[in-house]
Design a protein around this ligand. Structure first.
Ligand SMILES: O=C[C@H](O)COP(=O)(O)O
Length: 271
């Protein structure tokens, strides 16, 4: 996490909670309400560290109503979107609908979409474009599996995904992008990549963005790490220069744990 001389963050950190297929719309509201109270009690400064949740589609209307009704500073996004805007695509959700539900972000290419739903880079590129068409900020997820890591090809593999999914996208759009590096072997396994691994990949991604675009653009892109992040390891990861936030799965379902990740600055000195 890069800070300027006066202690301000150069890029506003983003702490994102991906609820995956957990929390029905009633449970989701309760979870979000408790999170907001907990952060309020801790006097969390949302203008300094942004907090986003990614509930299932069926929760989004309830989340929108709660956020608007209680004037919460927590923002939210969807876990996926269709590459198409409307039409005969049974089961798919248009970015237009997500925009109307007040979503700021949308996950694109989460490893569970790539593996369970076989989403190709071509599809993901179209989804990134669809997100921008509907004023949603894509959180593009990239990362390698265990076999690739063991073969020592993790950087090459992850940068290949990045290039493929961003092909044709202009610098103005990319400057608002969020990229989440999630090594698949660390997702939901308790196996967390070390802060050094997170930094190595985030630095490589930023260097690649400089090559593809320019330094000014690359410096604006926020890079997150995801994979078994908990309250106890978040600060060490977030201390790394090129890591601008975290994408949290399991621990985002536990209010105390997630709030402690959001409040990582409290642990920066002691960890
Ligand atoms: O989207 C979140 C990631 O898949 C990480 O999940 P996890 O924190 O449960 O390992």
């Amino acid at each position: 996490m890069t800070t300027s001389k006066n202690g301000e963050f150069v890029r506003r950190p983003l702490i994102a909670g991906n609820w995956k297929m957990n929390m029905d719309h009633v449970q989701g509201i309760t979870l979000l309400q408790k999170l907001a109270w907990t952060l309020d009690d801790a006097n969390h400064d949302h203008s300094r560290v942004e907090v986003a949740v990614f509930p299932p589609f069926t929760d989004l209307r309830g989340v929108q109503t709660l956020v608007a009704g209680d004037d919460l500073d927590v923002v939210y996004g969807a876990q996926d979107l269709s590459q198409y805007d409307s039409g005969a695509y049974t089961g798919d959700i248009s970015g237009q609908f997500l925009n109307k539900l007040g979503c700021r972000y949308v996950l694109v290419g989460h490893s569970e979409r790539r593996s369970v739903h076989q989403e190709s880079d071509e599809t993901l590129r179209a989804k990134v474009e669809a997100a921008y068409r509907h004023d949603l900020v894509p959180v593009l997820c990239v990362g390698e599996g265990l076999d690739v890591r063991q073969a020592g090809r993790h950087v090459e593999h992850t940068l290949d995904q990045l290039r493929a999914d961003l092909e044709g996208l202009d610098a103005a759009k990319v400057s608002t992008l969020v990229v989440a590096y999630e090594p698949v072997w660390a997702i939901g396994t308790g196996e967390v990549a070390g802060p050094g691994d997170a930094q190595e990949m985030c630095a490589a991604i930023r260097a690649e963005l400089v090559k593809l675009y320019d330094e000014g653009t690359a410096e604006k892109v926020r890079l997150l790490y995801g994979g078994s992040v908990k309250g106890q390891n978040a600060a060490a990861i977030l201390r790394e220069r090129d890591v601008d936030g975290v994408l949290v799965g399991g621990a985002s379902l536990d209010v105390g744990e997630f709030a402690s990740i959001v409040r990582f600055e409290n642990h920066l000195v002691t960890d």
